[in-house]
Design a protein around this ligand. Structure first.
Ligand code: PLP
Length: 393
């Protein structure tokens, strides 16, 4: 059935207490109660609709959470101060010492480092698999496995996860499927494809301005209530709250996300197709040469394209560095990490955002030393951007 996350956002009716077209921004860390009993009931989690303290819930983050839940078609959502806070809080809520996680080996470097170096210190074991090999995912599951973790489109290799098939495996083994959809908001709706929990770094496409960090966790009402429980909720107790002024800014930016995703995708498809014709080694899910091109087509919400991320293999770090410097000078964009910005950003993944992954594992998973990850911007004249790129060869 066709699902339109953009219309879900458009249909939201959220306005300010004085009728402002945007909700008022919360400027308080704590809230008054008219009746002392209501405070007790709110602490116990028996009363909804009252605000207690801004680390728990606050009106600005509630509006943004409602908007994300609508976009993802989940019962509820939670807002965090970074993408890493969303990932770590959700995983720590699901797992405890003695548990086990199966994850894609290809993930954002910070996620990889958390899974590889941090969780084992607290007795949580992690198996790293090729997420496109479903048999190896299932074979890695153990009786103590709690989570299968993946990214819809993985960073930086741009492998497309088969979310419905991973969800089937997860159900068979009573395991939760958690999906990081940072690269493909609106393009994929992981919950509708069977994921239990969707996480975002909203630092990227969702906010789209590179002016702050933010994250979110979307899932069932029960899961979000557990995360925010005052006694043992990971998000409540670790406290990664997003500042309300940032939250209000992101809510406004969410209303243009569909337009931005379409333009990022259109520009990326154009560059990927043209540069592939020139003989460059391009990975882009929108190209028929991509191994999961058909899968992407099958799973995507129509109309938002194949995303703004391209990987170009320049084979050696030296060549990649030369190209990136020339491209910055030529005005193609900026030599910078991060993504989802209105300008094109590029970085050499193995030596930046995936440098946490040891060189031998990078080699095993097929991450070339000269792989440059491009986050294609919103350029109005993408033909002239192409010419600028070509002038750097
Ligand atoms: N997930 C993905 C796919 C990312 O690329 C990143 C950061 O680059 C993160 C999560 C972490 O997000 P943040 O930097 O907002 O903590």
């Amino acid at each position: 059935m066709k699902f339109d996350p953009a219309t879900r956002i458009q249909e939201l009716k959220q306005f300010g207490e004085f009728g402002g077209v945007n909700p008022s921004v919360t400027d308080s860390s704590t809230y008054t109660f008219l009746h002392a009993e209501d405070m007790t009931e709110t602490f116990l989690g028996h009363l909804e609709g009252c605000f207690l303290y801004s680390r728990h819930w606050n009106p600005s983050n509630k509006y943004l959470a409602e908007a994300l839940a609508a976009m993802e078609d989940t019962e509820s959502a939670w807002i965090t101060s970074s993408g890493m806070a969303a990932i770590t809080c959700a995983l720590l809520q699901l797992c405890q010492s003695g548990d086990h996680i199966v994850t894609s080996v290809t993930t954002y470097g910070g996620t990889y480092a958390f899974l590889k170096n941090w969780l084992p210190r607290y007795g949580i074991e992690v198996s790293f698999v090729n997420i496109t090999n479903l048999a190896s995912v299932e074979a890695a599951i153990r009786p103590n496995t709690r989570v299968i973790y993946t990214e819809s489109v993985t960073n930086p290799l741009l492998q497309v996860s088969n979310i419905p098939k991973l969800a089937e495996i997860a159900r068979r083994h009573n395991v939760r499927l958690m999906v990081d959809n940072t690269f493909t908001p609106m393009i994929f709706s992981p919950a509708r494809l069977g994921a239990d929990i969707t996480v975002y770094s909203m630092t990227k496409f969702i906010n789209g301005k590179n002016d702050c960090l933010a994250g979110s966790i979307c899932g069932s009402r029960d899961f979000i209530n557990r995360l925010s429980n005052v006694n043992d909720g990971t998000a409540m107790l670790l406290g990664p709250v997003l500042d309300t002024f940032r939250s209000a800014g992101i809510l406004k930016n969410l209303h243009t996300l569909h337009l931005r995703m379409k333009k990022h995708s259109e520009n990326a498809l154009f560059l990927a197709s043209e540069l592939e014709k020139d003989g460059l080694k391009i990975t882009y899910p929108g190209l028929p040469s991509h191994p999961q091109h058909q899968l992407h087509r099958q799973l995507m919400n129509p109309g938002f394209g194949f995303g703004g991320m391209i990987a170009i293999d320049f084979e050696t770090e030296k060549r990649a560095n030369q190209m990136m410097q020339k491209m910055q000078e030529a005005g193609v964009g900026y030599l910078a990490v991060s993504l989802g910005y209105f300008k094109t950003l590029f970085s050499c993944s193995g030596h930046s955002t995936s440098s946490e992954i040891p060189a031998e594992i990078q080699y095993e998973m097929g991450l070339s030393d000269g792989l440059v990850r491009f986050s294609v911007g919103l350029d109005n004249d993408i033909e002239s951007t192409l010419q600028k790129i070509k002038s750097c060869f």
